[in-house]
Design a protein around this ligand. Structure first.
Ligand SMILES: [Cu+2]
Length: 164
């Protein structure tokens, strides 16, 4: 390999390794969250950090004021819709409903969102069962209408056991 190419690779490999590590840590929710809802742009795992989920041309901030999310407990989830990734230019979602499912049938879990005390945010107090299989992985789907168009944003999280 020519010396110049070795130099290029020598410079690129640490950068790529660092970027992959950061993406991996972000995915694990191990990195500290900055502004609520904007730290995890593009991430879909709510387990360890608040996230911003892309919904077509809109962005949905999803926040959990209290963690861990637990089975058979009231878990408050907060949602905010905006045209910008940083939460600027908020959008009022029409008829927002969040529903929850696992990979196996777990019953119907749907919540109509209500306005939260903080303007621009909508909330649901969610109670979900523990899975008999032992799996903790749940999938959330937020559906709403904006500008006459149906929108959908999806995310996932692990549900911790009920507090002892
Ligand atoms: Cu299940």
């Amino acid at each position: 390999m020519p010396r110049s190419r070795r130099l290029v690779w020598g410079a690129l490999v640490p950068v790529l390794a660092t970027a992959l590590y950061l993406v991996w840590m972000q995915g694990r929710g191990a990195l500290p969250a900055g502004d609520p809802g904007t730290a995890g742009l593009g991430a879909t795992d709510l387990t360890g950090a608040d996230i911003t989920v892309v919904a077509a041309d809109l962005f949905v901030q999803v926040a959990a004021p209290a963690r861990p999310l637990r089975a058979f407990s009231t878990n408050r989830l907060l949602f905010r819709v905006a045209r910008q990734a940083d939460g600027a230019d908020p959008v009022t979602p029409v008829d927002p409903v969040v529903s929850f499912a696992m990979t196996m049938p777990m019953g119907d879990h749907r919540y109509a969102l209500v306005p939260a005390p903080t303007p621009g945010w909508y909330q649901a107090d969610v109670v979900l069962p523990a899975c008999p299989s032992g799996s903790r992985r749940w999938f959330g789907t937020l559906e709403f209408t904006a500008a006459g168009q149906p929108r959908r944003a999806q995310f996932a999280f692990d549900l911790a056991p009920k507090a002892p």
